[in-house]
Design a protein around this ligand. Structure first.
Ligand SMILES: NC(=O)c1ccc[n+]([C@@H]2O[C@H](COP(=O)([O-])OP(=O)(O)OC[C@H]3O[C@@H](n4cnc5c(N)ncnc54)[C@H](O)[C@@H]3O)[C@@H](O)[C@H]2O)c1
Length: 470
């Protein structure tokens, strides 16, 4: 752990509760902030649970190592620098929460299971985190909820729990400010930048809380180039996050049926999409692919529906588009599998498949709810022999399978499936790598290969199948 810096040089202590993909990155971003004199603005303490995962993350930060595999050199360096400087450390001891002037809540809030026909929000661990805050925070603290929550959570869940503890402890509940500002962090090449140089939405339960949140965020985010957006209520900003992710999930799901159409008719849907994207109103059009994974898009679109039912007891707000998008996106990897089945005459049994990419998105090592999981689990059930490659994952915890980071000898595979557009894959020299491969099928399931790579493969006589291309 780095030596403690002189408290006189920092104005505030910030505790980040939850050191996951979001909290760990936010802790580094806050520790990076400097005042007009160029001195660190905050003393940052990360807190996580005293379990195997929590301790691993805490120990990693304390040794100056960002706890997640990343290609972002700036987050790696900033973690090391902040720990050396002494204004970033981590612990599993909740006692440190008592020292906080600002608490950032970055814990997880899950849905029971997206495979359930009637999923519900698993509030217990989140509520437990808020109880811990209520037991430890001091008078006057600013609590900013960054966790993605169902609309209504700050007012109906967070505030009552805090009030109960504060009243019990003889602290005026109104002295504690509760704000909401959701994360748009993008683990990947721009991990740290996606916090500091990016637009932010925020709100407060009271005007004073919103003002406090604005003042705090303004010290961390480059608000000159990326001005903050204040919404009038926490209901509005909680909804903004959920709607933002639902919008994206629905757009991805919408492209699915067009991909199937292009494949059947025999044209290139990516060419069509590129043409449409030239129109500014359609520039962010999505494209067909292997599937949708990760922690957010697989659950957030259900939060509005669940809030309407369980928090506001409203009828007739079922958000059918969002529910349908979750289902379509979840089943997408099975389309690739069904195409392989068809290619191999009805079964993938005993077929040797090399799956290129297991993380949920390009250039990250996060495998939570990865589409590759659904694909692999089903392919194994059907008797296929699946080998795995990913530059960012050494061992796949969810599937308990080893993953290679080196390109294997391709000679023994019946099919090589490109599932994740990791940057490394666009640099594969197929002439060299496939020189020993007889006649395996190449399947581009996620627009991974460049047009040059596609031409090379065709020139070499390989059968190339693709999602979105006929
Ligand atoms: N991962 C992303 O890219 C991303 C982007 C934007 C928003 N979000 C949202 O941010 C939130 C956090 O996501 P994440 O990916 O970091 O999740 P995560 O599961 O990686 O991290 C959550 C961390 O909180 C810890 N935790 C849980 N209860 C705790 C407690 N009582 N005290 C201390 N620590 C506790 C867990 O041990 C874990 O380390 C979620 O709501 C998510 O939807 C995530």
């Amino acid at each position: 752990m780095g030596k403690a810096i002189d408290p006189a040089t920092v104005s505030q202590t910030v505790v980040v509760q939850g050191l996951g993909f979001v909290g760990a990155a936010m802790a580094v971003a806050v520790a990076n902030a400097v005042d007009a004199r160029g001195l660190p603005s905050f003393d940052v303490i990360g807190v996580d649970l005293n379990n195997a995962t929590g301790n691993k993350r805490v120990n990693s930060i304390n040794s100056g190592v960002f706890p997640f595999e990343t290609v972002d050199a700036s987050i790696i360096k900033s973690t090391e620098d902040a720990v050396k400087r002494g204004n970033l450390r981590a612990t599993t001891d909740n006692g440190v929460i008592g020292a906080a002037d600002v608490v950032l809540v970055s814990v997880n809030l899950d849905i029971t299971s997206v495979d359930d026909t009637d999923p519900s929000v698993n509030f217990a661990p989140f509520k437990s985190a808020i109880h811990t805050l209520g037991e430890n925070i001091k008078k006057g603290v600013l609590v900013i909820v960054e966790t993605t929550v169902p609309p209504g959570t700050c007012v109906n869940v967070v505030k009552p729990i805090l009030d109960e503890h504060l009243t019990e402890r003889g602290i005026d509940p109104d002295s504690v400010l509760v704000a909401h500002s959701y994360e748009r962090v993008m683990p990947g090449a721009e991990y740290l930048d996606s916090i500091i140089n990016f637009w932010r939405v925020y709100s407060g339960i009271t005007q004073t809380a919103a003002d406090g949140c604005e003042a705090f965020l303004s010290k961390i985010i480059n608000v000159k180039d990326y001005p903050l957006t204040r919404l009038q209520t926490t209901f509005a900003s909680e909804t903004a996050k959920v709607l933002e992710n639902s919008y994206r999930a629905v757009n991805i799901a919408f492209m699915e049926e067009w991909g199937r159409f292009a494949e059947e008719v025999g044209f290139d849907l990516f060419e069509v999409i590129d043409a449409i994207r030239k129109r500014p109103t359609h520039s962010n059009m999505r494209q067909p692919g292997f599937g949708v994974g990760g922690y957010c898009l697989t659950k957030d679109p259900l939060f509005a529906k669940l809030a309407a039912k369980d928090m506001f007891h409203l009828n007739g707000h079922d958000f059918p588009f969002s529910s349908q998008a979750i289902k379509i996106n979840r089943d997408m990897p099975l389309v690739t599998l069904s195409k392989l089945r068809k290619y191999f005459g009805g079964s993938v049994g005993k077929k040797k498949i090399l799956l290129m990419g297991i993380s949920y998105r390009q250039d990250v090592g996060d495998t939570r709810y990865s589409p590759s999981e659904k694909f692999t689990a089903q392919a194994l059930r059907e008797g296929a022999v699946v080998s795995l490659h990913d530059p960012f994952v050494k061992y796949w915890d969810e599937m308990q399978m080893a993953v290679s980071g080196n390109l294997p000898d391709p000679g023994s595979f019946d099919a090589i499936v490109f599932a994740v557009p990791h940057h490394d894959y666009s640099n594969i020299d197929f002439k060299h790598w496939l020189s020993t491969c007889g006649s395996c099928l190449i399947f581009d399931a996620n627009n991974v290969l460049t047009s040059n790579q596609r031409s090379t493969l065709e020139d070499m006589g390989y059968t190339l199948l693709s999602i979105g291309r006929g």
